[in-house]
Design a protein around this ligand. Sequence first.
Ligand SMILES: Nc1ncnc2c1ncn2[C@@H]1O[C@H](COP(=O)(O)OP(=O)(O)OP(=O)(O)O)[C@@H](O)[C@H]1O
Ligand SMILES: [Mg+2]
Length: 330
Amino acid sequence: MIKKVILSNFRSFSFFQKEFDKINIIKGKNGTGKTNLLEAIYFCLNGHPFFKNLNRVKKDPNKPTHLNSNLTNDTIHIAIEENVKKIKLNGKPAKVVDLKKQFPCIDYSINSFISFKNKDYIFSLIDRGIFSQDKTIIDKILEYKKLAKIKKNLIKEDNMNKNAINIINDRLIETIRDISKKRTEFIESIKDDICTCFNKFHKQKLYISYIEGKIKESTLKEELTRKKTLISIKKDILKITVNDMDIFLYSSVGERKIILLCVVLTVLKMYNSHRLLPVFLVDDLEGDLDRYTQKMAFEIIESLPNQIFITTLGSYDGYNVINLTEELRS
Ligand SMILES: Nc1ncnc2c1ncn2[C@@H]1O[C@H](COP(=O)(O)OP(=O)(O)OP(=O)(O)O)[C@@H](O)[C@H]1O
Ligand SMILES: [Mg+2]
């Protein structure tokens, strides 16, 4: 559980510190920094902001940025000087992967929602779910990124070493197949739970499946002539339909938001069943949802055993409410 964060020179905050409870409601007018505070928590637990690059995280570009967080048994300190990030876990240098392995965190945010079509978010969500039961997924993803980078450099060289490219390609394809297989099995294992969750909101028929992208022999040849890598894990697709209609083509914004919430809640449930309790970050719970759905979504979320941070424009009584409009005034 995150007990406290102290931020300096992070996004809209010159200096900000706050202690937290199990359920935390972050409210305030538009632009007061609710999402920025959520991103600071995400940054502490993941070692990087929502979108990985460090552009624009500083308020004053000429000063360092510091994010400190006190967890139940650990402290995390992230410092950004110039454009270099340094992470310390309990006073010792640490890497992004150390934080990710130790402090699971699931975010359901307008940022990720916008990126719902952008595969990075949804694939990362699936990988987080797999991680709850199979820690090797992180190493597989790192291996994939490393091989993809080596191949990209090899293919751009003037005197292409076709032999080396072929060797890397074989390993890359094997890694992609490994990851795709894990993702396919994971989606198969949670699809019924996602449907059950969705049916609390709507009675329509939801169908979800992971489809592996085909790697053709001709693609490999094309890569060499075009000097471009065309084999990627991003050729895979997460197919979701409601009443046989592709949600990415047909569903309303609110409908997509509910479906995404159901995927997120099911991934959380998977973690919780392994007695790992990720911190759950919810950005703008009510936006685009009707009253009934808002109420239902909040009831499900508040009953979770996880530590929860919700940003909102609404009002919630009886919880730890952080009113940024007032906090920043004083
Ligand atoms: N690096 C930065 N330096 C200064 N200000 C920044 C920086 N990054 C973001 N901001 C400011 O933070 C504000 C947006 O904050 P944020 O998105 O957290 O607001 P919010 O409270 O979530 O608003 P909404 O209710 O609209 O979701 C904007 O005014 C933006 O200009
Ligand atoms: Mg916001």
